[in-house]
Design a protein around this ligand. Sequence first.
Ligand SMILES: *[C@@H]1O[C@H](CO)[C@@H](O)[C@H](O)[C@H]1NC(C)=O
Ligand SMILES: *[C@@H]1O[C@H](CO)[C@@H](O)[C@H](O)[C@H]1NC(C)=O
Ligand SMILES: *[C@@H]1O[C@H](CO)[C@@H](O)[C@H](O)[C@H]1NC(C)=O
Ligand SMILES: *[C@@H]1O[C@H](CO)[C@@H](O)[C@H](O)[C@H]1NC(C)=O
Ligand SMILES: *[C@@H]1O[C@H](CO)[C@@H](O)[C@H](O)[C@H]1NC(C)=O
Length: 552
Amino acid sequence: YQLNYISLCLCIYRLNFLMIVHFAVLVTLYSFAVYFLYESINSSEGKSHPDLQSNFCSFQPYSVALGEAVEERRLLDSVTWPETPLIPVNFTLKQTSDPAHSTFTILPGGGEWRVGDHLKVIIQVKDFEGHPKTSGGDFIVARLHNPKLGAGVAGQVLDHVNGSYSAVFPLLWNGSAEVQVTLVHSSEAVTVLRRLSTEQPDRIHFKSLFRSGSESETTTCNICLRPNNQPICNYTDLRTGEPWFCFKPKNLNCHTRINHSKGGYKENLRKNEKELFQSHVNLKVSIQAVGSTSVLVLPKKEGNNEKKDSIVTPGPFGYYYQQVWQALGGTPVRQFSSPSAITECLKGKVIHLYGDSTIRQWFDHLREALPDLKEFDLHSSKQSGPFMTLDYPNNIMVTYRCHGPPIRFGDVPTSQLRYIANELDDVVGGSNTVVVIGIWSHFSTFPIDIYIRRLQTIRRAVIGLLDRAPGTLVIIRTANLKQLTLYETLTNSDWYSLQRDKVLRAIFKGISVHLVDAWEMVLAHHLPHNLHPQPPIIKNMINVVLSYICPK
Ligand SMILES: *[C@@H]1O[C@H](CO)[C@@H](O)[C@H](O)[C@H]1NC(C)=O
Ligand SMILES: *[C@@H]1O[C@H](CO)[C@@H](O)[C@H](O)[C@H]1NC(C)=O
Ligand SMILES: *[C@@H]1O[C@H](CO)[C@@H](O)[C@H](O)[C@H]1NC(C)=O
Ligand SMILES: *[C@@H]1O[C@H](CO)[C@@H](O)[C@H](O)[C@H]1NC(C)=O
Ligand SMILES: *[C@@H]1O[C@H](CO)[C@@H](O)[C@H](O)[C@H]1NC(C)=O
């Protein structure tokens, strides 16, 4: 049906009909596309979420090229999560997933374990009454580690959609390897998180101060404002089409907006739902083993050193050994252990960092690691920047700029609200230029199509940059796991991050950019999950970045 519209559309175009007709058909086409998109989401999730109606934050892909709208559909399919249980209003925890009753079991291998083999673990999720679950959708992560060796690797978890899961790990080091399995969220908790995405995309809101002369007023802003008959100011970016709105101040016009900041958070859980998000109960809690939690891995058999390496794809990107991150395939990770080694690598380069606070951490790390890299005081706010550091003798410049709204920073002047795509359009580029992008955590509360849309505009700009200046190096930081409380979960759960992470990898697949796999680097490490990973992890990330800039 839609295809007919497309061909009709193309046909009319070829016949050189009135542009107005073309436009009208396009608009109709989009309305249908959007309608079908949401209809199909509603109908596929409708069973578990009978209350999924208030799509007031549905996205208007009016300026998205047709190819991208189709891609969006594909991306949405690629992050489909198994159906999760319906939770009645008066539900109790009894029949929900309980990590304390759940178990994992290491499957017997061929008698002995050797480096290069794979270890498989079966996880059975049970409820608080000890009954095995019969549906999937629990969010489980797994790692294999050896604290003495400073070794760790992320496992690949597969949902069998019947209450059982498996996790697979490559065996990468000689010695003991211990399995750790963690239930991040029960499938019932995922039901709630999903519902919040559609029903309460505005649970975090933003505000702006408007001022002119002695008059000032603060109003609420967001990607989507609940319609309430109040006039709005439309700050949709004309170049990227990124939407942004504020309620119009009563006595001031829309041009008088001075700054932007996080407004607040509205928790609106239903009765009992909080119980699904309890630390030490069902929020990021370890699952115990039946039998042994570890295996002894022997070195590879003599004369069996090559080829046997049947690392499953998609396997992990890397692993820690002696606290040092090693790549599995791709660019080998070098160790830049002294300021002079880093300076040598960055000599003559401009490094632009764009994104959220997890990218700002990299800026801070470089500034602290290099005594000759001096901050030039731009009098910016500590949180949002922009920042610039310079090393004159070595001709190094490192800059940081935060991404455009939605951004939950404290105080960003309106003049400094910039979209990464637009910034990239202003970069000359070339072999002395490195662009680093990290954008994920401020999008968790919104429907995923908003994130997809953002990445598509960034990708368009990256492709443009690489076309006009092919020597430019583009590095992208993925999302990572973090510490979760109830508040952190509802606003920024790892489950939201995982969806976004999958989308990010898919969108930049096939584009000549380098990834820093922050997800695995945090999951595989022994330090606790943290939105802002601790220095040993950051140091490893920076080594990956520098290895891309200065490969062996
Ligand atoms: C929940 O409410 C339904 C309908 O009001 C009732 O039939 C059911 O027994 C209640 N369940 C519990 C666990 O209270
Ligand atoms: C669940 O599915 C897996 C994979 O299909 C299967 O091996 C396992 O036996 C199933 N478990 C149950 C309890 O049905
Ligand atoms: C493997 O580890 C054992 C001790 O755990 C050690 O004796 C042996 O030399 C190691 N082999 C290799 C090849 O590293
Ligand atoms: C906001 O502005 C954009 C760009 O001018 C326009 O396409 C869009 O329809 C406007 N949205 C609303 C709700 O007015
Ligand atoms: C916005 O700007 C005003 C005036 O410069 C300042 O007082 C205020 O702290 C800023 N931040 C917010 C969140 O209003």
